[in-house]
Unconditional design. Structure first.
Ligand SMILES: O=P(O)(O)O[C@@H]1C[C@H](O)[C@@H](CO)O1
Ligand code: GUN
Length: 292
């Protein structure tokens, strides 16, 4: 399970990457956004863009999944200085978990204070519909139950404490703001609040697994986000998570439905405009430098 043959990046390695980026752009982002599968169009709406391919950034891993372009884009969204990952890294791509979460500490060193983590997810909650946007209230870190937590290993106190709390992982004020913004935009019909469960992937869940996860309290299931959130909270970032329900999880043995990545990307395209409006309005309303 653990791919620990590579040497972990030190604090100094992280500084090298952050300083390189700061030397190449005049932008000083306070909000970071990670675009989930099929949600990369969000990054295109940034104004005054400065963009870097992951391949040119020192120490950065590469995106290998269709629907994850592999660019880091700096710019302004609704008047706020942002940096956007158009493409993220997943454990199932073969990266060790500390590499999957590497960009989060870079954001921290760039001066980011708030992170918006988005993903595509399967809807376990039977009331959810394809196209719903779930504001993440909490998570289940199933790989973490088996010891796969991105904070396993030596702790560098310059990033954060050895034993961070996760009981407030998803900021309550931001969740409330997201629900208010959803209402104001007339999106209430498809805005939900629920629990996201991460699995390693890349295989989708069996029917028995979907039933079990739902019984455990998960409303949506995916293959990302949680590890990023753990590292973000460790280094003091304020987090809001949004899942686009791209497919309904298959819960019945007589169903002929099969989850697939094409459907995930299609739903992303179909909901892209409202998703962008939602995130951009939310960003416009986030208060910065407020010592949360
Ligand atoms: O990066 P996210 O979590 O949005 O991507 C999900 C999980 C898999 O990478 C992919 C499956 O279709 O979508
Ligand atoms: N694990 C998992 N990840 C997803 N990403 C998008 N849809 C799904 C799903 O149904 N299951």
């Amino acid at each position: 399970m653990f791919q620990e043959d590579e040497k972990r990046f030190s604090y100094e390695d992280h500084k090298t990457t952050a300083d390189w980026l700061l030397s190449k752009t005049h932008h000083r982002p306070l909000i970071a956004i990670i675009c989930g599968s099929g949600l990369g169009a969000l990054a295109d709406s940034l104004k005054d863009q400065v963009s870097f391919k992951y391949s040119e950034i020192p120490n950065f891993p590469q995106s290998t999944v269709h629907g994850h372009a592999g660019c880091l884009i700096f710019g302004n969204l609704n008047g706020k200085p942002c940096v956007c990952m158009k493409g993220r890294f997943h454990f199932y791509e073969g990266y060790p978990i500390w590499k999957v979460t590497f960009p989060i500490r870079i954001f921290h060193l760039l001066g980011v204070e708030t992170i918006i983590v988005t993903n595509a997810a399967g809807g376990l909650n039977q009331e959810y519909k394809v196209g719903d946007i779930m504001v993440i209230k909490d998570h289940l870190n199933l790989p973490g139950f088996a010891g796969n937590n991105p904070l396993v290993g030596p702790n560098d106190e310059r990033f954060g404490t050895r034993f961070p709390s996760m009981s407030d992982a998803y900021n309550a004020d931001l969740r409330k703001l997201a629900c208010t913004v959803g209402k104001e935009l007339g999106f209430s019909d498809f805005i939900r609040e629920g629990v996201y469960c991460v699995l390693s992937g890349p295989s989708f869940e069996t029917i028995a697994e979907c039933r079990m996860l739902n019984c455990l309290g998960a409303d949506a299931v995916g293959m990302s986000t949680v590890h990023e959130v753990i590292v973000a909270r460790h280094c003091g970032l304020r987090v809001i998570g949004l899942s686009l329900i791209t497919n309904k999880s298959v819960m019945e043995y007589d169903s002929s439905e099969k989850p697939n990545h094409e459907e995930v990307l299609e739903t992303g395209k179909w909901r892209a405009e409202q998703f962008q409006t939602f995130v951009s309005t939310l960003v416009g309303r986030i208060e910065l430098n407020n010592n949360f």
